[in-house]
Ligand binder design. Structure first.
Ligand code: PSV
Ligand code: MN
Length: 388
């Protein structure tokens, strides 16, 4: 049997990267609601993200999206973040909001459009040098809406050529993570729809290219933990974009729609060495808070990941393996479920207190008056959102 004491030290190294855009306004194609206190600048987004780290100790990095978080002086942005106790993390490229990319970016049949898209990524690499970021995350909206609209095969060939040029621009300590998504905004075919396609491309590039798994980017019913196990086995799982979904790419709070799925994913992460000391896997959130408070939404998210990580670590793997080898079907299943049903919340509260953190980070944040302060201070200006 594994007890909470056995896993307490392992919880120390949990680090979850927050997306700057989670602090901006977001919505659906029907409506984006503004919220009092929403950041207007990259600095204000980082300040809000730093609050999440302050109350949980779980979120030491903030991922940025270019051009949403474009600034004149990235070194200054970096020191601003460092002064608040956080670092700048993954740099996300954006080739999905420029008219030039209507028919594709890295896959475009137009050489000038492809050049523009590759150059954007090379600029992102430049940003990474100045922010100290390790990862360039590429998600492409490229795809087609109608059968026959594009030549699927040559789009793959052009994608490889474009990625190769970007890969060749990476510094020694930098990585490229290629995110896949099965549909949206393209509805017929998407150029990087699944883990296999991402894997084929990153494998062709080399060791600094890995796959990014966004938990909201699969068809309903997909066994995501199987993909986690496979990518870890192949040494190509670079990062996660965590969120949860009921129907499509809902970008809801991770662990809210299906906590059991999050547990199963984290169990495979632990099982496959993805949570080991020195693991190459980056754990990021990619979420939107359309109607709930954004900072509290992010607090809830990192706490959900911590809770499910603790439960995954509690699985008695020796007993599980023995039961599996005995073909003890329900015995093995019972061992996994015992860990999943363990309420770790009181243990985690005590664990936090023993480390000088509040037992209840959300209550502590709410009592701090920060939210009221930003609502009062951030009057005027243009609130950040998708596109700013
Ligand atoms: C695409 O749906 C995606 O998951 C990519 O990671 C984008 O960069 C991100 O969402 C923007 O939220
Ligand atoms: Mn994502």
């Amino acid at each position: 049997m594994v007890t909470f004491n056995d896993i307490a030290a392992d919880l120390e190294r949990q680090a979850i990267e927050l997306p700057s855009w989670a602090f901006g306004n977001s919505g659906t194609r029907f409506k984006v609601f503004g919220t009092p206190g929403t950041p207007r600048t990259p600095e204000e987004k980082i300040a809000d993200a730093a609050q999440v780290n302050r109350y949980t100790g779980l979120a030491p990095k903030v991922a940025i999206h270019i051009p949403w978080d474009a600034v004149d002086d990235y070194a200054a942005l970096r020191s601003y973040a460092n002064d608040l106790g956080v670092e700048l993390g993954t740099v996300n490229s954006n080739t999905f909001q420029d008219d030039a990319y209507k028919f594709g970016s890295l896959t475009s049949s137009d050489p000038a459009t492809r050049r523009k898209a590759v150059d954007h990524h090379l600029e992102c690499i430049d940003v990474m040098h100045r922010t100290g970021s390790q990862d360039l995350k590429i998600w492409l909206a490229d795809g087609t809406n109608y059968p026959g609209q594009g030549d699927i095969r040559s789009r793959q060939d052009r994608l490889h050529e474009s990625l190769q040029e970007i890969y060749d621009g990476l510094g020694d300590d930098q990585r490229l993570v290629l995110e896949y998504k099965f549909f949206e905004p393209a509805f017929y075919h998407t150029d990087v729809p699944d883990w296999g396609t991402s894997y084929a491309h990153v494998s062709a590039l080399g060791p600094k290219a890995l796959t990014c798994l966004d938990t909201g980017h699969h068809a309903p019913g997909t066994n995501i933990e199987f993909i986690v196990a496979q990518l870890l086995r192949l040494g190509k799982l670079g990062s996660f974009d965590f969120n949860s979904r009921f129907y499509a790419d809902d970008d809801l709070i991770v662990g809210s729609a299906d906590p059991f799925q999050l547990f199963r994913i984290l169990f495979e992460v632990v099982r496959g060495g993805g949570y080991d000391v020195g693991s190459p896997v980056a754990f990021m959130l990619d979420q939107c808070h359309n109607i709930e408070d954004k900072i509290v939404g992010q607090l809830r998210s990192v706490l959900n990941v911590q809770e499910m990580t603790a439960r995954a670590l509690l699985v008695d793997r020796d007993a599980l393996l023995a039961a599996q080898n005995d073909n003890d079907v329900l015995g093995a299943n019972g061992i996994l479920m015992d860990a999943f049903y363990t309420d770790v919340r009181p243990h985690l509260a005590a664990w936090r207190e023993s480390r000088g953190l509040p037992a209840d980070p959300i209550a502590a944040f709410k009592a701090s008056g920060y939210q009221e302060r930003i609502v009062a201070e951030r009057a005027g200006g243009v609130q950040a959102g998708w596109g700013a």
